[in-house]
Design a binder for this molecule. Structure first.
Ligand code: ADP
Ligand code: MG
Length: 689
């Protein structure tokens, strides 16, 4: 009968107009409405009748606006005074230099104000927070109703007030509360002492106490995480039980492969290779993530694995995020494989593309290198056995290989230079095994990083001059200034000209940017690598993958405009050789976040710390905002704050998937339905639903 998948129009008090407003909030069905949780709660315990207000406390006042006065002192400056009254008395609220707020108050408005109180001729709230409330709403739900101390506050859209939304949710709960399917099996609820769904929804919206609210939230967060983790667990099982390739390895192969590397592998590299070998020997497809800071030596590990595939008469492919990086991989690999019989090809957008494609199809190439886009489109492999996806730091746009070879899944290795924060490890990357390279190759000295104010840039130039005079090379990086690539390009070009003509007339200054034709880019890179260019001005194209050990200085202009992860990636371009390297961040921080980013860069070179600071500064919201990132749309939980629940849900989901891999048991039916509703697209692989 009552079905929570019905449209909200069936809820009492929801007409076509409100239906439209709700839609703007992402609420279409009755379930959406019931799961539309408050953004926060007002605690009525803080509400003070005006006659009882005291100076030097913080207070919340609920009253009507009597009068609004704005005393202007010119250009946005001034004093705004709003007189308010409740049934016990009157007082003022005062804001300084926020004249624009004046428009938001009219006599007769009912408002909630909260902030510090002082006494100056009379009681005043100073720069308080405020919220407009309809009379009926706060009055109706909160002021007269003694039992509900916490009043829910929802995110709104224009045309919809708290006072209209609250009764709709009340009605939805009354009409449909009993029709919401219980997703959590009884034993799970008992184990964690979680309330049933009806009670949880009631208390999430209209809690009687903070404890009720917290218990309800915990249950709803756990539910949300469990459904998501279940999707991952099932996918993981399915991927792992698909037919794969069981590669063979031998001492002979191992020796020959190692002979190709001009150095001894680090312990971390050895561990990663051992894990990969054991994955590759197994007849199940490998899905492994290899994480490690820039320059830690992931490429060699990938090369070893690809060679193992080639030794087994399979082809291997490596997908890079940019053309420049693909070319870099191509150069590195051709160099290392020089003298072996392994045939390597670069699949670019160039004219030889057709020919390379033919070679790939015929099996005349063993290792194929290209960008994500290039390899995913129209490539037919003769016998593809191994795929490397080099994501660098762009884990946000994680792509999985859709490459198949005669129905068999090739082994997949994903490489990332950004250490995966633990939240992501359990979500986006939840179906991968993880190897981590924690050490840098021996002999590396950490890059020294300094912040320089723009007016002292001459000192930075002087430093570069000395370094170049002693044989080093330098990068000068210009930021993305405008949205338009052309404008950015002009700024980089102008910088290059200025440096060449005026600052370093004695050196050769080169320019590299994303818009240059490939052969020109290659020429510039080759000249820089050969040392013919001493100072290379570039846009952010060098962010990934360029390896010039003699480059020991990097100057970043407008460093305040770069994100933390980006700065870290950029800095990874230097410090690759035996010389002490220096990174000069030139810029003026205009916000606290920008200042913090520069500080963090000067303090540490540890990629794991930087990744965590980055998350802290940006907040999960920004990083995880959208579906395309592969993250769940968590509506109530917070992946970082509720990490313990996320872990719990992961373990429980794994156990459930083991016990009932197709979720066929009747007690699991609601869970299964919900999971398919939310994640059907991502579960296409697993053949349920
Ligand atoms: P990543 O891909 O992790 O950023 P690379 O594989 O490009 O790092 O390696 C960075 C540099 O370190 C390269 O010049 C590479 O040849 C070198 N390198 C890698 N492993 C070692 C090692 N074990 N000893 C010395 N140098 C190494
Ligand atoms: Mg690399």
């Amino acid at each position: 009968m009552a079905d929570v998948n019905d449209l909200v129009q069936y809820v009492r008090g929801v007409g076509p107009k409100r239906e439209e407003l709700l839609e703007r909030l992402g609420v279409r069905t009755i379930r959406d409405l019931l799961y539309f949780f408050p953004r926060k709660y007002h605690d009525r315990a803080n509400l003070v009748p005006i006659e009882q207000i005291e100076a030097d406390t913080r207070a919340m006042v609920f009253g009507d606006v009597v009068k609004v006065n704005l005393f202007r002192r010119g250009r946005g400056r001034g004093i705004l005074t709003v007189h308010v009254r409740d049934h016990t008395g009157a007082m003022k609220a005062v804001w300084y230099n926020q004249n624009y707020l004046a428009q938001q108050f009219d006599a007769g408005d009912t408002v909630l104000l909260w902030g510090p109180v002082r006494f100056y001729k009379g009681y005043e709230l100073v720069n308080p927070n405020f919220e407009h409330v309809g009379v009926e709403e706060h009055g109706g739900v909160a002021l007269s109703d003694e039992q509900s101390r916490l009043v829910p506050v929802y995110s709104l859209t224009e045309g919809l007030s708290q006072g209209q939304l609250r009764p709709m949710i009340r009605a939805a709960l009354d009409q449909y509360g009993d029709a919401v399917p219980e997703l959590l099996p009884e034993p799970v609820r008992r184990r964690y002492d979680l309330p049933g769904i009806r009670e949880a929804l009631e208390h999430a919206h209209f809690p009687e106490s903070a404890e009720d609210k917290d218990r309800a939230k915990r249950r709803l967060i756990y539910e949300e995480f469990l459904v998501f983790q279940l999707a991952i667990a099932l996918r993981r099982r399915a991927v792992r039980s698909a037919p794969g390739i069981a590669f063979k390895t031998s001492g002979e192969f191992d020796r020959r492969a190692r002979d190709l590397f001009p150095f001894t592998l680090t312990e971390s590299q050895e561990e990663a290779i051992a894990a990969i070998q054991s994955d590759m020997r197994s007849p199940r497809p490998m899905n492994r993530l290899l994480q490690g800071d820039v320059g830690c030596g992931k490429t060699v590990v990938a090369l070893y694995a690809m060679l193992m595939a080639v030794a087994n008469k399979f082809q291997a492919a490596i997908m890079a995020p940019t053309e420049i990086l693909a070319e870099q991989h191509y150069r590195t690999m051709t160099r290392m494989l020089d003298g072996s019989r392994v045939r390597v090809g670069l699949l670019s957008r160039s004219s030889e593309r057709r020919e390379v494609l033919d070679q790939v199809r015929r099996g005349d190439l063993d290792i194929v290198i290209g960008t994500h886009a290039v390899i995913q489109s129209d490539v037919t492999f003769h016998r593809l056995g191994f795929v490397v996806i080099d994501e660098q730091h762009k884990f946000g746009v994680m792509q999985r290989a859709h490459l198949r070879w005669k129905g068999r899944s090739p082994d997949v290795l994903v490489m990332t230079a950004t250490p995966i924060p633990r939240t992501l490890a359990l979500t986006v990357f939840g179906d991968l095994d993880v190897s981590t390279i924690r050490e840098l190759p021996p002999g590396r000295r950490p890059v020294q990083t300094r912040h320089i104010e723009p007016e002292r840039i001459d000192r930075a130039y002087q430093f570069i001059r000395e370094q170049v005079a002693s044989g080093r090379q330098a990068y000068v990086v210009c930021p993305l200034v405008e949205q338009s690539e052309l404008v950015d390009l002009r700024s980089a070009t102008a910088t290059a000209t200025e440096l060449d003509d005026r600052v370093f007339p004695e050196f050769t200054v080169g320019l590299l940017h994303g818009r240059m034709p490939r052969d020109q880019k290659e020429r510039v890179m080759a000249a820089f690598l050969a040392g013919d260019i001493q100072v290379l001005v570039s846009t952010i194209v060098i962010e990934v993958g360029i390896d010039v050990p003699n480059a020991a200085v990097m100057l970043v202009r407008h460093a305040e405009r770069f994100g933390l992860a980006q700065l870290h990636q950029l800095r990874g371009r230097i410090g690759r050789g035996p010389h002490q390297a220096t990174c000069l961040l030139v810029g003026t921080a205009k916000s606290d976040d920008a200042r913090r980013r520069i500080e963090v860069m000067c303090e540490t070179a540890d990629g794991f710390r930087i990744a965590e600071e980055d998350l802290r500064i940006r907040g999960t919201g920004q990083l995880f905002g959208t579906r395309q990132h592969g993250l769940p749309d968590v509506s109530i939980g917070d992946l970082q704050e509720d990490f313990d629940l996320l872990e719990q849900a992961r373990d429980d989901a794994a156990a459930l998937a083991r016990a009932d891999p197709r979720l066929e048991r009747p007690e699991h039916a609601p869970l299964r339905d919900r999971m398919l509703d939310l994640y059907r697209d991502r579960l296409s692989l697993i053949g349920i639903g």
